[in-house]
Design a protein around this ligand. Structure first.
Ligand SMILES: [Zn+2]
Length: 202
């Protein structure tokens, strides 16, 4: 599908800008890159020379066995490397947190602490968005999640972190992590669609 010539040599195509409507002002570049943990990634970026609109997106070209990594996390696992592809779902069941992939999801390499901080920031953003009209239950739940995340970081709480990826391009890089291959039924249940943070009902 991708021959040698396309690698590292972005081909620029000109397209119409979806934002300002100018004709043939949108530069579309495609680059394939090999990234540790993720393998070959197709990076697509667009830039409008007329209005300055820009956007970039990464698509993984690798397809491995659908996998699930599970690790018990606490303060001693904060520096464990986590590679999360844009198709991965991260769940911390005891916190009622699940982050599913969406069209804007990016793959990234971080560590357990970095992931917890992202969750914390997402919860804080959600509280701010609700503003003064926030439901008391929602606020309590959000503050509870922040407290539990703090407890994990302080070593006062142990909990499971689960990383599932239908394309198998995500890794929890820790000798204590368990890796399972998902059945096709399990893999089919994983979303690759919209970004949501769900509160799971017990
Ligand atoms: Zn434009």
């Amino acid at each position: 599908m991708f021959d040698e010539e396309n690698i590292k040599q972005p081909e620029v195509m000109l397209s119409d800008c979806p934002v300002c409507g100018s004709k043939k002002t949108l530069e579309v570049k495609n680059i394939t890159e090999n990234i540790p943990y993720f393998g070959d990634i197709l990076e697509t970026s667009v830039y409008c020379t007329s209005c300055g609109y820009q956007e970039s997106d990464n698509i993984s070209l690798e397809q491995n066995d659908p996998s699930r990594y599970t690790l018990t996390i606490s303060s001693d696992k904060l520096s464990t490397r986590v590679a999360k592809s844009q198709t991965a779902t991260i769940t911390i069941p005891e916190l009622g947190i699940k982050v599913e992939p969406g069209p804007k999801s990016q793959g990234y390499v971080s560590n357990v602490e970095g992931i917890l901080s992202r969750f914390e920031e997402a919860v804080i953003r959600a509280i701010k968005l609700e503003g003064d009209n926030i439901d008391v239950d929602v606020q309590e739940n959000a503050l509870n999640i922040i407290e539990l995340i703090t407890n994990i970081k302080m070593g006062e709480l142990e909990t499971l972190m689960i990383l599932e990826d239908p394309f198998g391009n995500s890794v929890i890089d820790d000798e204590d992590a368990t890796r399972e291959i998902l059945t096709s039924e399990e893999a089919a249940l994983l979303k690759t669609g919209f970004m949501t943070i769900d509160q799971e009902e017990d």
